[in-house]
Structures are given as C-alpha cells and as structure tokens.
Design a binder for this molecule. Structure first.
Ligand code: A3P
Length: 304
C-alpha cells in the first residue's frame, strides 16, 4: 500500500473493506445520511469501468441532448459525490476551486445527476426507500485493472510496477477496495425497477443500442437522428477532445501547463476491450481468470 504516495492515509471502511482516504471520516456520515430525491439520477460504478462515458450519456439524455450546456465542466453538471474524499490529499488550488463535492450535490437543483464510486452500503441510506433511478456500470476486471493502474499513476502519483499493482488489485488493496462486493451490491438489485445494470463491453459492442436502452430506462424517447447525434458526441474520439469531460483543464491546473506534453497518460486513455492482453503476463492472466471464475460462479453474471 506504500505505492500510494499521496494516498498514504487510506483507511478501511466497513462494511466491505472499502479503502478510502481518511477524509472519509469527516464526510462519510454526511453522505450516508444525505437527502435523496425521487427525481435524482445516479450513475454508480467502481472506478475505470466507463462511468464518465455513461455519465455523459445519462446527462445528455436527461437534458434532451442540450449539447450547448454540455460544454459546462462535467463535474458541475453531474458531480462525483465523493470527489472531496478521493482527492483529499491533494490540497492544490484546483481542488479548492471545485469546492466541497458533497455540498455541491446537496445544493443542486432538481433533477440532479450524480455520480459515485461508493458501494451500495456507503451510499445514502435513503436510496433504498426513495428509489431514484440508478444506473450501474461494470467491466471486465482485467481491463479495469489495466485502466486503474494508468489512472493511479496519473492522478494519485502512484509509484510501482503494473505487476505490483495487480497484486494489490487482486487483494482489494487499492482505493475503493475490492471489486466483488461493489459489483454484487448492484447485481443483486438488478431486477428492481429503478436499477439498470450495464457493462462497458455492452456499450462498446453497440453504443446506439445502449443509448436506446438507457433512454427507455430514463423514460425518454429519442428519434434515430438524436440517437446518432448523441452517439457522435459520446464517441471515444470526441470524448477525448472534449475538455468538459476529459479532465485535462483540471490536470493542467494541477500539474502546470506543460504537464500534458510531458506524459503519454490520459484520463480518457485507450477505450478498448481487451487491452489487458498488452499488459498481463500469461501467469497473471491465469491468476485473474481463476479469480474471476471463482467470484462469478453461480451468480449469472459474465464479464468477458
Ligand atoms: P481505458 O483506460 O481502458 O482507456 P471511468 O470513467 O469509469 O474512470 O472509466 C475510464 C475508462 O473508460 C477508460 O478506459 C477510458 O478511456 C474509457 N472511456 C472513456 N470514454 C470512453 C468512450 N467514449 N468510449 C470508450 N471508452 C471510453
């Protein structure tokens, strides 16, 4: 866990052994006790599963494809609830400019579009009584691990090899902790009418079908022209160029103007299924496959 320089005060939060920066102690109860509104729309996921992509999809559908307003920084339109917790050890000016993310969500006008990487158990308890719409997304764990490794190197200043990171990921000793309890907290509830469970692979396979499915879930009807307009806005190449969603303005502010020239790393990085093949040794692949099989057995969930 020493690999996380800036995150060196990760604490274990129960239930679920979720690892979070110690700032959680200040905000956890406030999040858990937060007001939930029936008009809210929540996008929830483990990090690096395509949540930024889905979040943009959900916001655009919910806001009748208002691509003009979509130019506003995504975090202000559809905040990451616990950003203040996750970035707590980053005391840069950029964080202060964004303010307290929990307060931002509390003060938003309805209908709110909210994103979170917290587990079901750590999210506001009122989600289970108020039952707003919740869209959950997950991804093949090998690709999640590769993507998370790059992300932690970029954003959390993590020092360490990919192999070392794999060991921590398998043990659940990375920020947000083990993936399985996270995924199953939502998979278990997938038949509830206010829950939609999606996968990254499904979005990649047929983005337009995923747009239609999500629109139906949100109670919206899109014309074919609107579906393709949105698919275009959400394509990997346009998302990568879109400063409102790719965090480049924030990363430049944080690390200085030359930062992006100096690194190949990007928040919206590769956008492929199966990039693990370019990173994992055959031994590591075998270990991941056995681990995935063991955890998915009998659950009806497949993550290929
Ligand atoms: P890679 O690192 O494999 O490229 P999250 O937003 O949950 O953190 O997930 C990030 C992952 O989603 C990254 O995966 C990122 O590149 C990918 N992603 C973001 N926008 C995408 C898009 N429009 N199409 C495909 N993948 C996208």
């Amino acid at each position: 866990d020493r690999m996380f320089n800036r995150q060196n005060c990760l604490i274990e939060v129960h239930p679920g052994h979720v690892l979070l920066p110690s700032k959680y102690e200040e905000l956890g109860d406030r999040i858990r006790g937060m007001e939930v509104r029936s008009s809210d729309v929540w996008v929830v996921s483990y990090p690096r599963t395509g949540s930024t992509w889905l979040q943009e999809m959900v916001w655009c559908i919910g806001n009748d494809l208002d691509l003009e307003r979509a130019k506003i920084l995504q975090h202000l339109r559809t905040p990451l609830l616990e950003l203040t917790v996750l970035m707590a050890n980053d005391d840069g000016e950029w964080m202060r400019d964004l303010g307290n993310s929990v307060e931002l969500v509390e003060n938003m006008q309805s209908p709110r579009y909210i994103k979170s990487h917290l587990t079901w158990e750590l999210l506001p308890a009122a989600l289970s009584t108020v039952k707003p719409k919740v869209v959950y997304i997950t991804r093949n764990p090998k690709d999640m691990c590769v993507s998370y490794y790059h992300y932690c190197t970029l954003v959390h200043n993590m020092k360490g090899s990919f192999e070392d990171f794999c060991e921590l990921f398998l043990k659940g000793r990375v920020p947000l902790g083990p993936i399985w309890s996270h995924i199953f907290g939502f998979w278990r509830r997938r038949h509830e009418p206010n829950i939609l469970f999606l996968t990254y692979e499904e979005l990649k396979r047929d983005q337009e079908a995923a747009i239609r499915k999500t629109a139906t879930f949100l109670g919206k009807t899109l014309t074919e022209t609107e579906v393709s307009k949105l698919a275009n806005h959400l394509s990997f190449s346009s998302m990568r160029k879109n400063p409102s969603v790719n965090l480049e303005p924030i990363m430049t502010k944080k690390n200085g103007p030359d930062f992006l020239q100096a690194t190949e790393l990007r928040f919206i990085r590769k956008g492929e299924v199966g990039d693990w093949k370019n990173h994992m040794t055959p031994e590591m692949t075998t270990r991941f496959d056995a681990w995935i099989e063991e955890n998915l057995r009998g659950t009806g969930l497949s993550l290929n």
